[in-house]
Design a binder for this molecule. Structure first.
Ligand code: ADP
Ligand code: MG
Length: 348
């Protein structure tokens, strides 16, 4: 991964020097950030708003593979996937902390890349990096991100809030991140067999970006405010559509009808899935990592959402006894099952 250009050994820097170096350019931009890095704890002030907090832990070779994930992208994605959880509550993210466990095989320059990516994401989404922790690791790179945000009490969208008859909607398109991963995995195998061969990613930019550089849907939360829509229930699509639908159904104690032909799938995702011999619908249902928002709205909001190009109405919520069903393109009805990682033999 790292070439032999001049590199700075982390051991020479010391923990304090490293933190100082990585965070020296950070400036706080949000009113709620009273004190950031530099004391024993950050100080935040959300006045009369509710505080939202979410944490993710990312482990090398479990959640990411440094053989094809550039560190800058990893830093960016680590922030995005975590902010996505705040947006999934219909909140606005305002701060993050980043903790890293890193072995001395990493030069300083590698961590600079990681932080460069993380800070680009923070800047783009207007969140302040207000703290973290730093340690050595003997077992690969460890990254933990915590994001903090806020919402009015009555704006918060819980998984449990769906009502019978609600429209089931999703933002963007699905399955792309999983199909993008298949391309990266294929090129990794080719590279391992013959390092002379350059990766062939030609024409697949969109789905590779979906995998390496996902975008949390802050814009959708802002759209809700603009349209005066309050989702009854919401969740982000990290494990695949099927699993997320079942989370909403179970938490809300409801059934649902999902229409296969309404699931939004980008043409590039569709064609590439076919090239790999995969069913595009299965990629959307079980692939995961799309970080779109899945939500329900009352039928009275139909006029507000129906013409939004980036929102698809994919079904509706039913009484629990009707079960959780997908109506296939041929019209037959199937139980929705959360296969997640088990759906594909390639994914561990
Ligand atoms: P403590 O001993 O209280 O854990 P540290 O020396 O670890 O303090 O941290 C000093 C400051 O630097 C704190 O504000 C902490 O949040 C911040 N910090 C530590 N590690 C990181 C990191 N990896 N990224 C961002 N901020 C960090
Ligand atoms: Mg510490």
């Amino acid at each position: 991964m790292f070439d032999n250009k001049e590199k700075t050994n982390l051991n020479e820097m010391g923990e304090f020097g490293l933190i100082q170096h990585l965070t020296q350019t950070i400036q706080l931009t949000n009113e709620s950030s009273v004190k950031g890095i530099g004391d024993d704890a950050a100080v935040l002030d959300f006045k009369d708003k509710k505080t939202l907090i979410s944490t993710d832990l990312l482990l090398e070779n479990v959640h990411f593979d440094l053989r094809y994930v550039p560190l800058k992208h990893l830093g960016y994605k680590a922030i995005q996937v975590n902010l996505s959880d705040i947006y999934a509550m219909n909140g606005i993210a305002s701060q993050v902390t980043i903790s890293i466990g890193v072995s001395s095989k990493f030069p300083l320059e590698a961590l600079e890349e990681l932080y460069a990516g993380a800070l680009i994401a923070c800047e783009k989404y207007k969140v302040d990096l207000v703290g973290g922790d730093t340690s050595t690791s003997t077992q690969g790179l460890v990254i933990s991100v915590t994001s903090i945000g806020y919402a009015e009490a009555d704006e918060i969208a819980y998984r449990s809030g769906a009502k019978e008859g609600d429209l089931l909607c999703v933002s963007g398109d699905l399955g792309g991140a999983y199909v993008g991963l298949q391309i990266l995995e294929r090129e990794k195998q080719i590279y391992l067999e013959n390092p002379e061969i350059q990766p062939d990613l030609e024409g697949k930019d969109y789905i590779i970006e979906r995998q390496l550089k996902p975008e949390a849907r802050k814009d959708v939360v802002e759209l809700f405010r603009h349209l005066h829509v309050k989702p009854h229930a919401m969740i982000d699509v990290s494990d695949g559509l099927a699993s997320e639908i079942l989370h909403i159904c179970n938490a809300s104690n409801l059934g649902c009808k999902l229409y296969e032909d309404k699931i939004p799938i980008d043409p590039m995702t569709y064609e590439t899935a076919r090239e790999f011999g995969l069913d595009p619908t299965v990629c959307a249902l079980s692939g995961g990592e799309d970080y779109e928002l899945l939500f329900t709205v009352p039928q009275s909001d139909y006029d507000k959402v129906k013409n939004q190009l980036d929102i698809s109405i994919i079904g509706y919520m039913t009484e629990p006894a009707a079960g959780q069903k997908m109506i296939s393109k041929s019209g037959s009805e199937h139980d929705i099952v959360a296969q997640g990682w088990n759906a594909f033999t390639k994914k561990d």
